[in-house]
Design a protein around this ligand. Structure first.
Ligand SMILES: Cc1ncc(COP(=O)(O)O)c(C=O)c1O
Length: 394
């Protein structure tokens, strides 16, 4: 009998993908499921980017690519970092990967030794914890509160640091809470880190452009943090390119070189056609994709308004990304037709079964009281989904 490794046996299945699979299964059985579980824009990749890909096919871009990315793509990334973030990276500090997920996997693989701790403010993006564990690191989950907009305070950071702390990972705008750290809030965290010069910051900024308050702040913008921060970004969300699989980092040179080495033995360079298309995407003005952000903003208002009408949902006001992360603990302990809701997973499954709406349990994001609802869906779908949820909960 085949014996699988402890590594994979101890790994959790991605809850977002699992929920999407379950919703697909029910759809196949003929159920009218509204999917609000997945984290991808419901727009097509803009035509000017698709045209660049078609051009690349016709120009015979078909060979292996440099492991860390085409030099023209690195040029575009360097320009983007300067234009959007006022960050000055050199070519040797950039590594292009097969999605930001691989960028994160590379970082964990090159920095973690067994037992090294990684501070994860909760809620965190679903894969952080398992990527850390896969690399024998120890996730140190720090609970944040809805009252503080799910943001880590300097005091909480300080209290979580131990001699084994190697890194802190967070996303801003945050998946799943939509929280956006201001420059002042990041500075306050950086001030704590001044006392611990060996801790590396991994700043996941993949939702950078989906920001409703304007003004994105990066940890690496502080001169005293630049040499110890890895800035992770990608095109999946801002350009509606989730399937193209391109992510990248700007990092201290030593870390970037190590990621290059690691990737060279595992996947090599990212897809050639996708890279050519991303050159065009990143060289374009962010205003070309502003229409998606505008639409997400309208939907945010819509869903917040509808949810405020349901008793028992407590929600922060997300300032970016395309999720709401309501606290639904009000419903825990309640029973319907013999089915008891004890936690966020039960609640999410209840909604799937009784409202035909797919959401994701907060447990997957390190928060057992909340569920994540994605509003990367049409306004009609959102209205119908929340109506069904309201009915199912009454
Ligand atoms: C916070 C965060 N980081 C990273 C990723 C991975 O993005 P990519 O599609 O580039 O692998 C996601 C995707 O959902 C995300 O939400």
């Amino acid at each position: 009998m085949t014996q699988l490794s402890d590594r994979v046996l101890n790994m959790a299945t991605s809850a977002t993908l699992a929920m999407a699979a379950k919703a697909r299964e029910l759809k196949a059985e003929g159920k009218d499921i509204i999917g609000l579980s997945l984290g991808e824009p419901d727009f097509n990749t803009p035509d000017f980017i698709k045209d660049a890909a078609i051009q690349a096919v016709n120009d015979n871009y078909n060979s292996y690519t440099p492991v860390d990315g085409y030099v023209e793509l690195k040029d575009a990334i360097i320009t983007k970092f300067k234009r959007d973030n006022n960050l000055s990276y050199k070519h040797s500090q950039i590594v292009v990967s097969t999605g930001a997920k691989q960028s994160l996997a590379n970082i964990a693989a090159v920095l973690l030794n067994k037992g090294d701790e990684v501070i994860l403010p909760c809620p965190y993006w679903v894969s952080y914890s398992d990527i850390v564990k896969l690399n024998e690191g120890v996730p140190v989950e720090v609970n944040t509160s809805i009252e503080n907009d799910f943001k880590l305070t300097p005091q909480q950071l300080e209290a979580a640091i131990t001699p084994k702390t190697k890194m802190i990972w967070y996303s801003s705008p945050c998946n799943p809470s939509g929280s956006v750290y201001s420059k002042e809030e990041l500075r306050a965290l950086a001030d704590v880190l001044q006392k611990y010069p060996n801790i590396i910051v991994v700043s996941d900024e993949i939702y950078e452009h989906i920001n409703f308050i304007g003004g994105h702040a990066s940890m690496a913008q502080f001169d005293d943090m630049f040499d110890r921060t890895v800035t992770v970004n990608g095109v999946s969300k801002a350009f509606a390119m989730t399937g193209w699989r391109i992510g990248y980092i700007g990092a201290p040179e030593k870390i970037a070189r190590a990621c290059n080495k690691m990737q060279g033995q595992i996947t090599s360079g990212a897809n050639c056609i996708a890279q050519r298309a991303v050159i065009t995407a990143l060289n374009a003005s962010p205003s070309r994709v502003q229409f998606m952000v505008d639409e997400f903003k309208v939907r945010r208002e819509l869903i917040l308004g509808l949810l405020s009408d349901i008793e028992g949902f407590k929600t922060n006001v997300p300032e970016g990304a395309f999720y709401v992360f309501p606290d639904v603990s009000h419903f825990f302990g309640k029973t319907f037709k013999g089915q008891k809701i004890d936690n966020a997973t039960d609640f999410s499954l209840y909604l799937l079964e009784h409202a035909n709406v797919a959401t994701v349990t907060g447990i997957a994001f390190g928060n057992p009281d909340c569920i994540r609802i994605s509003y990367a869906a049409s306004q009609e779908q959102i209205i119908e989904a929340i109506k069904r949820i309201k009915e199912a909960l009454s």
